[in-house]
Design a protein around this ligand. Structure first.
Ligand code: AMP
Ligand code: MG
Length: 184
């Protein structure tokens, strides 16, 4: 099926985490899915959204709250991961569009979590890694993190770093710069 080339869906997830390895009987799970829709015609980020997901096999640690600002109370109000995947398809046509993330982490975590829970993978196989693209376009010696990319572009970080919606939006701004530079 050819990809629907009206929008690109930019995804940034947050997951339960700890300073080192997970404690016994816990595993890293998606707790927030940030989504930025990106208009291909104008090469601009369009909308920003955040889906909170209730973890089933782990709890939000103090470390995780410090990193993301997300608390257990907040994610307890989230929806099941299965419903979040269905929402991505229904609302964002995630299975029909090209989608993008900053690095491979978001894709790997989605694949792992869908596989282990027998949940249909909500994305097409058409994935763009904006971290690699940015390093190539800028001729960097090695890929840099999202905050580093914003610094190189002299773009102030908008919103809260390590919140999915804000991260996805900021990645959209980086991607916009890449595309507009290529078109000019
Ligand atoms: P980010 O998109 O950079 O906010 O990171 C996505 C997820 O990666 C976070 O929600 C954490 O689960 C994990 N992560 C990021 N940075 C760290 C860190 N310094 N230590 C442990 N986990 C991290
Ligand atoms: Mg993030």
């Amino acid at each position: 099926m050819p990809a629907q080339l009206d929008q690109i869906i930019i995804i940034d997830i947050e997951a339960t985490c700890w300073e080192g390895t997970p404690p016994p009987h816990q595993e890293s799970e998606i707790i927030e899915i940030g989504i930025c829709t990106f208009d291909i015609a104008t090469a601009k980020p369009l909308t920003k959204d955040s889906i909170l997901v209730k973890p089933e096999r782990s709890q939000v640690s103090e470390f995780c709250t410090q990193l993301t600002t997300l608390t257990q109370t907040q994610v307890d109000q989230g929806i099941p991961f299965r419903d979040a995947c269905a929402l991505l398809k229904d609302k964002y046509l995630s299975h029909k569009r090209v989608w993008a993330s900053y690095g491979e982490y978001d894709k790997n975590q989605f694949q792992k979590q869908c596989q282990s829970r027998h949940i249909p993978y909500p994305f097409s196989s058409n994935h763009l890694n904006i971290k690699t693209l940015f390093a190539i376009v800028q001729a960097l010696p090695k890929p840099t993190g999202m905050a580093g990319a914003l610094e190189i572009l002299n773009f102030p970080l908008e919103g809260t770093h390590h919140r999915g919606g804000d991260d996805a939006w900021n990645i959209g701004r980086i991607f916009s710069h890449i595309i507009l530079t290529a078109r000019n």
